[in-house]
Design a protein around this ligand. Structure first.
Ligand code: FPP
Ligand code: MG
Ligand code: MG
Length: 436
């Protein structure tokens, strides 16, 4: 039985994997160019929260508690990065041996690993992955996915800090300040390129599609934030309804009655509702998509059945939306020193997030300020006062709590009880108490 202090510290269950995460990433991003290496590894050197890889690893463990009879067998592909060093013949020999009990993902990997390399006659460790430990319940591809998701996230931060003119990140000068905009952008592109190579080497077309579309979603989210279309009625009227074709089955949209119609903004209430819809959809794209799609990919790699895959996806979506709502809340409540990045940045950038939108519901005088992106002197002060008066932050917290509760429900739907599920629940709860 896992001691309680360990459950309260989700990291401890996957600490081995978390400790080697950076090393794994370094093997994926090495280049022949020393300066490029310096810029691409810069954000990995500072202590980030690493929420995304932690989710992938804990979810992998929690999924491994699902009985093997309720999972698909993992198909062995001779070009898999973890089986390739053994050679096709060795793998075929293993597969031809009748399995003793189950033919599960765990014992396939375990069995393959126990094979002797025909060249060295030694047992072959999984390259760079350490020795497979059945207890840990994490497949090599899921470990690699944890590295990939952190690489994509870090690439987006390098670009984001250029876009936002941020001067700090993770308590240090941001990449753009330390190295220049040009290098930060190129390093982000390079990280994405290497992440894409690693994704394709997972040899799972569904996972390739999920992760690639999450990269595209990050850009779509940033674009929605640039344009703030929903807040400008004249421009909204000119924007055609989104084509059905643009949506993948799991490309979440906030369900609203008006979706797909050209909004008729005759009342301010409808404008605010549309701004909220816009905000939540943007939040899904810029934050929740990467999290939810990597949770979905984790479940697919575990051989889970469709209802479990769906619940894992919904868990990531709800957690991701909760995460972004809290992020937008902290921008109002914390200092730059506490955050390790600029505070109050959203208003400075002219961006209206949940606390402002909640205040706008009660205070119509904010409309013009929001539309001009707080460009006039005194705008930021007025909106801060209004957010305070109308409890914008508390209302944002309450909405985040609703997403957290849904995420917790998704976990219970998807996973049997286990230490790892408890750790995931703990992690989900801690999103609301985080201070950076
Ligand atoms: C942080 O948001 C930024 C994101 C969540 C996504 C940024 C995405 C891009 C810049 C698109 C390009 C994507 C890739 C993959 C290269 P924030 O600015 O609200 O948060 P912050 O306070 O941490 O800066
Ligand atoms: Mg940004
Ligand atoms: Mg930013």
């Amino acid at each position: 039985v896992t001691p309680k202090w360990m459950l309260n510290n989700p990291v401890s269950l996957v600490s081995e994997e978390m400790n080697t995460l950076a090393k794994g990433i370094m093997t994926l991003i090495g280049s022949g160019h020393p300066t490029l290496n310096k810029v691409t590894s810069y954000y990995f050197e500072a202590e980030g929260k690493k929420v995304r890889p932690m989710l992938v690893l804990l979810l992998s463990r929690a999924l491994s508690a699902i009985p093997v009879e309720q999972r698909n067998n993992i198909k062995i592909d001779f070009t898999d990065f973890e089986t390739a060093p053994l050679g096709k013949e060795a793998v075929q020999k293993f597969l031809a041996t009748p399995p003793t009990d189950h033919f599960s993902p765990l014992n396939i990997i375990h069995g393959i690993q126990s094979l002797k390399n025909p060249l060295t006659r030694a047992a072959v460790p999984l390259p760079d992955r350490g020795v497979w430990d059945e207890d840990r319940g994490i497949l090599p591809k899921q470990r690699r996915l944890a590295e990939i998701v952190e690489m994509i996230h870090t690439a987006s931060l390098l670009h984001d800090d250029v876009i936002d003119h941020a001067d700090t990140r993770r308590g240090r000068p941001s990449g753009n300040v330390q190295f220049s905009n040009k290098m930060a952008v190129l390093a982000g592109d390079f990280l994405l390129g290497r992440a894409t190579v690693a994704i394709s080497r997972l040899r799972n077309p569904e996972v390739v599609e999920l992760m690639s579309s999450s990269i595209a979603n990050l850009v779509e989210g940033e674009f929605m934030q640039l344009n703030n279309l929903a807040m400008e009625p004249e421009r909204v009227a000119k924007v055609p309804a989104p084509k059905k074709l643009d949506l993948q089955p799991h490309d979440y949209r906030v369900p609203v009655a008006t979706r797909g119609e050209v909004p008729n903004h005759t009342s301010e209430d409808a404008v605010i509702a549309s701004a909220f819809d816009h905000y939540l959809h943007k939040s899904y794209l810029k934050t929740a998509s990467l999290i939810s799609k990597s949770c979905r990919a984790t479940a697919i790699l575990s051989g889970a059945q469709p209802p479990v895959i769906e619940a894992a996806y919904n868990f990531g979506k709800n957690l991701g939306l909760c995460f972004q709502l809290v992020d937008d809340m902290l921008d109002f409540t914390m200092s730059a020193a506490e955050l390790g990045k600029p505070a109050g940045a959203d208003l400075e950038l002219g961006i209206s997030t949940a606390p402002v939108l909640f205040a706008w519901k009660e205070d119509p005088s904010l409309g013009p300020l929001i539309r001009r992106h707080f460009a006039e002197p005194g705008d930021v002060q007025q909106v801060l006062k209004s957010v305070e008066k109308h409890d914008g932050v508390a209302k944002t917290r309450a909405l985040a709590e609703r997403y957290r509760d849904q995420a917790l429900q998704n976990l219970r739907d998807a996973l049997p009880e286990s230490d790892s599920r408890s750790a995931l629940e703990f992690l989900t709860n801690s999103i609301l108490t985080r201070r950076r």
